[in-house]
Design a protein around this ligand. Structure first.
Ligand code: BEZ
Length: 267
């Protein structure tokens, strides 16, 4: 069997906006946990193309969005020229002025804690978030939790084995922690966790029969990057066949998302 190595996630901002609006539409619910107030200074970490940043701004709070993808920040600036957006790495960012709250939707699962240990200076997102907050400031986040997209991952692994590629687990770019793991890490960084939940949130994908194919091409490109065009089609076909009985119903696909949601305060 051939072995393969990981490659970097590519973000196509227009594909993201056109076919994956569910990312920020579901995120609106998290705004209730944030409860932004007029005059507060709020950081949106992993803002993508800025839709939730703009929602937060509607409350009268002063918001800044950051994202490590240049393509996303360029699109966010086009969408909302009145708001401030900057390119920054969640593992290692510095702020000029401390914030009343750091908000993050559907971002932190892209940062593997295992990578963090070997990143420069052991930089890690919760440490950066802690230093970005005022004392008493809030950290409100939702992302993929333990068991997230379990059946999609399993189908990808099966598809790789079918085309003779070993160890596809090494290509998995995601971090899906349990409540106990993530709250422990958060508390170790000097934040007090006041709420944490893990819940299933099956997520309907846009575009009918093409839903799972679009999802893989957008979010699971780390698995496809080193494959030939033919191998990519084979993998997508196998994933569709494996998942059809469970994730496809009445003309649409639903991804088996599980979210972890957390509210913590800087002590
Ligand atoms: C998520 O939001 O859970 C997610 C999105 C893309 C890839 C993996 C997980």
């Amino acid at each position: 069997m051939k072995n393969i190595s990981i490659s970097q996630q590519i973000w196509d901002a227009s594909l993201y906006e056109n076919k994956h609006a569910f990312v920020w539409q579901y995120g609106e619910d998290l705004l209730q946990w944030l409860n932004p107030k007029p005059g507060e200074l709020i950081l949106d970490l992993g803002c993508g193309t800025g839709q939730l940043t703009a929602k937060i701004a509607e409350s009268g709070a002063e918001v800044m969005g950051i994202d490590n993808a240049v393509t996303m920040i360029e699109q966010a600036r086009k969408n909302y020229p009145q708001l401030r957006f900057e390119v920054a790495d969640a593992r290692n960012f510095q702020v000029e002025q401390p914030f009343d709250a750091v908000f993050s939707n559907a971002t932190l699962h892209w940062i593997k804690q295992a990578d963090v240990a070997i990143a420069d200076g052991g930089a890690q997102p919760i440490a950066s978030i802690h230093q970005a907050l005022k004392p008493g400031g809030r950290f409100v986040a939702e992302f993929g939790g333990k068991g997230n997209i379990q059946s999609i991952l399993q189908a990808l692994y099966t598809a790789f084995e079918k085309i003779g590629l070993s160890n596809p687990q090494a290509l998995n770019p995601w971090y899906f922690p349990s409540i106990s793991e993530y709250t422990t890490l958060t508390e170790q960084q000097g934040l007090e966790v006041t709420q944490a939940i893990l819940f299933a949130r099956p997520t309907p994908l846009a575009d009918g029969t093409a839903g799972i194919k679009n999802w893989i091409q957008m979010f699971a490109s780390a698995f496809l990057a080193k494959l030939s065009a033919e191998e990519q089609l084979q993998v997508i076909h196998t994933v569709e066949e494996c998942l059809k009985p469970t994730l496809y119903q009445e003309g649409y696909w639903a991804a088996d998302y599980r979210r972890i949601r957390i509210l913590a305060t800087k002590i």
